[in-house]
Design a protein around this ligand. Structure first.
Ligand code: PMV
Length: 311
């Protein structure tokens, strides 16, 4: 084993979260320019230890914490490399806030896999990377669609359907995506479980919402192809209405979404699993300052600006 390094980025789901678990399409993008990356560096050492913002200590102890999924992934990687007892010290530096719908667990998993393949000087295909990331994502979330890992490891925005190879998709040529954090944690497993329960208890009421989210995403692909940011904004609002009816919005998310719309956004919605976490708003670039100021005044813990024209 050599010193290795692996990197990945935060992801933002534009449209299609939750329905993507049930086979509908989703559109998501890695947000590289806003400075939200995860970096993982393993180096040979006497024991098997980890330093990170969410867990620091011995790999064994990590199995009993919220680091358990990543700990399991590391263990399986070591077995794969025939290095079960290899000593190492792993440093994880991540600027991604956890449990905010930005795919922090998937980004960490992607960076861990890349780092160990680098440390064991082995080439890594994209398919293999996604299969590895699914190990910790399954342990953590139970039934992940794979969208988070596919986007955290992608170079370009993605059109994603569960079980199929992701495809690149065009983004608007101008405009801005404002990403605002409610400051409230939203746990993916709980939100995905809540939707699953509702679908089971009342399929007549909830199934059409999943289908409508799928239709919204398909229409969004057309709007993107026509560079029609105003229609895309309206589709954000339709998706948010469906997500809210599915029960995964929250008063904090609703407040920030309303503030963005009142201040001129074309559309706004939650992003990721919801029940806390982040919202996104789509707007003309010259509205960015006014909307950001309003979001901060409405208690957003943090606001990031992602300008499409500079990509
Ligand atoms: O909250 P995040 O960043 O883990 O996003 C979850 C996205 C879901 O569609 C709700 C679940 C999934 O597995 O796709």
């Amino acid at each position: 084993m050599e010193i290795g390094t692996g990197k990945s980025y935060a992801k933002i789901i534009l449209l299609g979260e939750h329905a993507v678990v049930y086979g509908e399409p989703a559109i998501a993008l890695p947000v590289k320019s806003v400075g939200l990356s995860a970096r993982v560096t393993p180096q040979p050492d006497g024991r098997q230890t980890v330093t990170s913002s969410f867990f620091t200590g011995n790999l064994n102890a990590g199995q009993l914490t919220n680091f358990a999924g990543i700990a399991m992934l590391i263990r399986r990687l070591l077995i794969f490399f025939n290095a079960k007892n290899q000593g190492f010290h792993l440093t994880i530096t991540s600027a991604l806030p956890s449990e905010r719908g930005m795919g922090s667990s998937a980004a960490t998993a992607v960076a861990v896999v890349r780092a160990f393949y680098d440390a064991f000087q082995t080439s890594l295909s994209h398919d293999t990377l996604l299969n590895w990331a699914a190990v910790s994502e399954k342990a953590l979330h139970g039934n992940p669609s794979g969208l988070d890992a596919a986007t955290a490891s992608a170079e370009r925005p993605q059109w994603f359907v569960r079980g199929k190879a992701p495809r690149s998709i065009m983004m608007p040529r101008n405009g801005v995506l404002l990403i605002a954090d409610t400051g409230v944690a939203g746990q993916t497993k709980i939100a995905v479980g809540a939707v699953a329960d509702r679908l089971k208890q009342n399929p007549k009421m909830y199934r059409p919402l999943i289908k409508d989210i799928g239709d919204t995403v398909r229409q969004a692909a057309l709007a993107l192809a026509q560079d029609d940011i105003i229609t895309l904004g309206q589709l954000f609002n339709r998706d948010q209405a469906d997500l809210s009816a599915l029960g995964v919005s929250s008063p904090d998310l609703d407040r920030l979404i309303n503030v963005a719309i009142d201040n001129g956004a074309y559309g706004a919605k939650l992003t990721g699993s919801g029940m806390g976490g982040c919202m996104i708003a789509l707007a003309a670039s010259d509205q960015a300052v006014a909307i950001t100021t309003a979001l901060k005044a409405a208690n957003a813990a943090k606001v990031w600006e992602y300008h499409f024209e500079s990509k």
